[in-house]
Design a protein around this ligand. Structure first.
Ligand SMILES: Nc1ncnc2c1ncn2[C@@H]1O[C@H](COP(=O)(O)OP(=O)(O)O)[C@@H](O)[C@H]1O
Ligand SMILES: [Mg+2]
Length: 417
């Protein structure tokens, strides 16, 4: 593949990076795509292995046929055979009807077997058979069926170790591994880390409608030095956390400390157990936001309640009129019926303060330390600040309508500033 073809491929799949190892993987994928050779993608978790089978299927003669991605590690051992190869009616308890299974349904298409190293030994035997002969038998069946499926598998475990420990069949490994494709870990990819950060920062800005985060030069160095045990997936998650939690939009090395774990083995959010002004501010901001939303809900509920009460009053009046008229016409019967007028109607309870309303009152009369007016003002102020005074954007960020924001600005006296 030449450079411009490679560029196009990356654009089509939103793949970012120029690292030689990544280019090689994509190049091999494109080369084997037109064939029916089995491909085994090898790489740590989060390196982008799932991109490869898509590239292969979409660029193969099978592209108009079915494509299934199956995570072998997430299907219970008891049902995996029947999921893959189907079952006959009554094959096991609960097998009410028959099922075709992925290998039947995907005939002429491609199956991606993710975490193939997790397959139970019995399933491995069935898989080897279908790979070698294109034949399989449904669970509980006798009939030999034929299928024409191309297999792309992926693993993040050490297959040699699995073989030596008797957890994986060597013959199957060789059969799957006709063409191995190595996906390099993120820590080896140098400046791709920064490019990927930029991609994710842009995606998050769009997703949350906030200005995108950027990095200072020293912050970039931190990203380049970090080991990224969770690879691209981890970088994506961390960029999302920074995008949402950080007060500043330009992060330096000091800011990064709150998001990148000190222990390279850990993929936890770094802020959680560490005090520091920044994280405190972020957490407080989240809390504000939750309280703010809660307050919005309570106000909405209170409004609904008032509407309901008005409706109820109207209905009461109507009922009284009807009752009066009914009484007038069928007095005899009415006297035999229990008099309902003094019995509380279930809905009538709403005329009394409900739990929600009590809560609303409590929130209204909250102690100084939890002054929601202050919190509300602060949130609006911050949202406006972050959006350079743009009210439309601020409203979007707060998840409220332009009109509500306008009202709040007036309410908090922010228009007089
Ligand atoms: N080179 C890349 N460019 C853009 N996004 C990527 C790249 N590599 C991985 N990703 C993204 O990282 C995440 C993890 O990738 P995935 O294929 O699920 O990893 P794996 O299957 O190896 O665990 C996905 O959201 C994927 O889109
Ligand atoms: Mg995966």
């Amino acid at each position: 593949m030449n450079t411009s073809e490679l560029q196009k491929l990356k654009q089509r799949y939103n793949i970012v990076g120029n690292y030689a190892g990544l280019n090689r993987a994509l190049d091999v994928a494109m080369q084997v795509a037109p064939t029916d050779l089995s491909v085994l993608i090898i790489g740590e978790s989060g390196v982008g292995k799932e991109i490869i089978p898509r590239v292969i299927h979409d660029n193969s003669p099978r592209r108009r046929e079915k494509y299934f991605a199956i995570n072998c590690g997430s299907i219970p051992e008891g049902t995996i055979d029947s999921e893959l190869f189907g079952h006959e009616k009554g094959a096991f308890t609960g097998a009410i009807g028959e099922s075709e299974g992925y290998f039947g349904v995907a005939n002429k298409g491609t199956i991606f077997l993710d975490e193939v190293g997790e397959l139970p030994i019995a399933t491995q035997a069935r898989l080897l058979r279908v790979l070698e002969t294109g034949e399989y038998i449904r669970v509980g069946g006798q009939e030999i069926r034929k299928t024409d499926v191309r297999i792309v598998a992926a693993t993040n475990i050490n297959m040699r170790k699995a073989i030596s420990e008797g957890r994986f069949r060597e013959d199957l490994y060789y059969r799957l591994n006709t063409i191995p494709i190595q996906m390099p870990p993120l820590r080896d990819r140098g400046n791709d880390i920064v490019l990927l950060f930029r991609l994710f920062a842009m995606q998050m800005a769009e997703k949350y409608r906030i200005p995108k985060v950027t990095l200072t030069e020293d912050a970039k160095k931190v990203l380049l030095k970090y080991k990224w045990p969770g690879n691209v997936r981890q970088l994506k998650n961390i960029t999302e956390q920074m995008s949402v939690l950080s007060e500043t939009r330009e992060l330096d090395a000091e800011h990064l400390k709150h998001y990148i774990p000190v222990d390279p083995e850990s993929t936890q959010l770094a802020t959680i157990n560490r005090p520091g002004r920044h994280s405190y501010e972020s957490e407080r901001e989240i809390l504000y936001k939750i309280l703010y939303e809660l307050r919005g809900n309570v106000s909405d509920l209170r409004r609904d309640l008032n509407n309901l009460r008005e409706q109820l009053n109207d209905t009461h009046k109507l009922n009284e009129t009807i009752a009066y008229q009914n009484n007038k016409f069928i007095e005899a019967e009415a006297t035999q019926l229990p008099t309902k007028t003094n019995e509380p109607h279930p809905i009538a309870n709403l005329a009394h303060p409900s739990a929600i309303e009590v809560e609303a009152e409590e929130i209204k009369n909250e102690p100084e330390s939890l002054n929601l007016n202050d919190i509300g003002r602060k949130l609006v102020e911050k949202a406006l600040e972050r959006n350079g005074g743009n009210r439309k954007k601020a409203a979007q960020e707060l998840g409220i309508s332009d009109r509500t924001l306008y009202r709040r600005i007036k309410q908090y006296g922010l228009d007089k500033k």
